[in-house]
Write a protein that binds this ligand. Structure first.
Ligand SMILES: Cc1ncc(COP(=O)(O)O)c(C=O)c1O
Length: 438
């Protein structure tokens, strides 16, 4: 079998890795992973790393989950793939029915990844307004620091300069309104008061621009890529009321926070609101296969339902509703249905929060926050190399961590057990000290 060194070198020559300045890998070798077992990733030299990022936030129940694997084996024996225009199949039907029952929104439209779900949501919203005779409603609003993917349309509502700057001339920028990020509260304001202030800014914007605005897109409760910026559910409640008042769609992007991550099956449920669109991906297949879905209301669907072809939603991807991915998603929903996942996560979160106290109390930690199965710490450092130094120090400890700037975070698979939790907490503390000392 090939070694780490050999695979890293071949990869560097042949693969253009995502979100990466490739030159960096002249000095820092890529890490070849050959196996995944539960919360562990195993490299080509046999070393084990705890996957504290759930492989970019997709993995819910660990690598190689037996139920998901069995569903995939069964499905590949029956039907690998078939186009979804003019044809249909049981996995996509059942998945759509079950997602509708879980969310109260239906008419599931499928894409392959998070960014394509964002594109679908934005296009559907603008096309809805065109179909109902209000074509001037074709602009979008996002939040400061928002992240909804990196295709050109998704970048128009993604407010992260590093990802957007080089493509600015290609992107039709949307307004980025003040983020309800509780850390940005003015002195004397708490998270709720700050959420209300930001909702007031949304109101002022909509009052002026509603006639041209199709939709507001938000990451409910946590803006993950912004560095796990958390906000009070009050913002979502007010945003819902304002979108109703001004005839603007509310799109909730549950791509990162859906499927139990924040403590409820979907994050927006903590605000007790009904969005016009829900975007799902990542955890939808438990981290096994790429799949995304956009769910919407009967009213939106009805505006497309017509004899005229051009009034239909003529968007498509070759792998739309892939049967294997849908079976994986059904197996994920089975786990939620058969096991007390959310209750178990509450216990796990309490235990891990306790084990994290030495990190939270670290003298270089400026702010700590936690929600559901998500933890984040802002580190007092202005060293631009902090993130990659900590990443490397964590690998030494048998941990996969990848801070966002100076924000260190955990987003582990839900199946993390006590020894693995101790490994995570102890290793993170050691890696933090090593990265800060370097
Ligand atoms: C909230 C949110 N939306 C959209 C995306 C884009 O998903 P993908 O990377 O699958 O395109 C991400 C990815 O991190 C995300 O966190």
């Amino acid at each position: 079998m090939s070694s780490n060194q050999e695979l890293a070198e071949r990869s560097r020559r042949a693969v253009w890795h995502p979100c990466t300045q490739m030159q960096r890998h002249e000095r820092e070798p890529l890490l070849p992973i050959v196996r995944g077992e539960g919360v562990w990733l195993i490299d080509a030299d046999g070393r084990r790393y705890l996957d504290a990022l759930s492989s970019w936030w997709v993995n819910l129940f660990g690598h190689g989950h037996p139920g998901i694997k069995a569903a995939l084996h069964d499905q590949i024996e029956r039907l690998d793939h078939v186009m979804l225009a003019g044809l249909t199949h049981e996995p996509v039907i059942e998945l759509s029915e079950r997602l509708a029952a879980l969310t109260g929104l239906g008419h599931a439209f499928y894409g392959s990844d998070g960014a394509s779900a964002t594109e679908i949501g934005l296009k559907m919203s603008a096309h809805f307004w065109r179909n109902v005779g209000r074509p001037q409603k074709c602009e979008f609003i996002g939040l400061a620091g928002g992240y909804h993917g990196e295709t050109i349309g998704a970048l128009s509502v993604t407010d992260i300069a590093l990802f957007r700057e080089a493509y600015a001339p290609l992107v039709r920028l949307s307004a980025a309104l003040p983020s309800p990020d509780a850390r940005q509260a003015a002195p004397g304001d708490d998270a709720v008061a700050h959420a209300r202030r930001c909702a007031a800014a949304l109101e002022a914007y909509l009052d002026e621009h509603h006639a041209r605005t199709a939709a507001l897109i938000v990451e409910p409760l946590v803006q993950c890529a912004a560095g796990f910026a958390m906000h009070d559910a009050e913002y979502l409640r007010r945003a819902r009321a304002l979108c109703d008042r001004y005839d603007v769609h509310l799109i909730v992007d549950e791509i990162a926070v859906g499927f139990g991550r924040t403590g409820t099956l979907f994050a927006h449920q903590q605000a007790d609101i009904r969005p016009d669109f829900i975007c799902l991906s990542k955890g939808l297949t438990g981290g096994t296969l790429p799949l995304s879905a956009v769910l919407t209301t009967d009213a939106v669907y009805a505006a497309f339902y017509d004899e005229r072809v051009a009034r239909g939603f003529l968007h498509s991807h070759s792998y739309t509703g892939n049967p294997l991915a849908c079976r994986a998603a059904l197996a994920v929903l089975d786990v939620f249905e058969r096991e007390p996942v959310l209750q178990r996560n509450r216990d796990t979160a309490a235990q891990l929060t306790e084990l994290a106290v030495p990190i939270t109390q670290h003298p270089r930690v400026k702010q700590a926050r936690q929600l559901g199965m998500l933890w984040a710490w802002d580190i007092a450092t202005d060293d631009p190399g902090f993130s990659s130094r900590l990443h490397r120090a964590a690998l030494e400890q048998g941990l996969l961590l990848r801070p966002i700037g100076a924000t260190l975070y955990w987003m582990p698979p839900y199946v993390i057990d006590e020894p693995a939790m101790r490994h995570l907490a102890d290793g993170t503390l050691r890696a933090l000290d090593a990265a800060l000392a370097a």
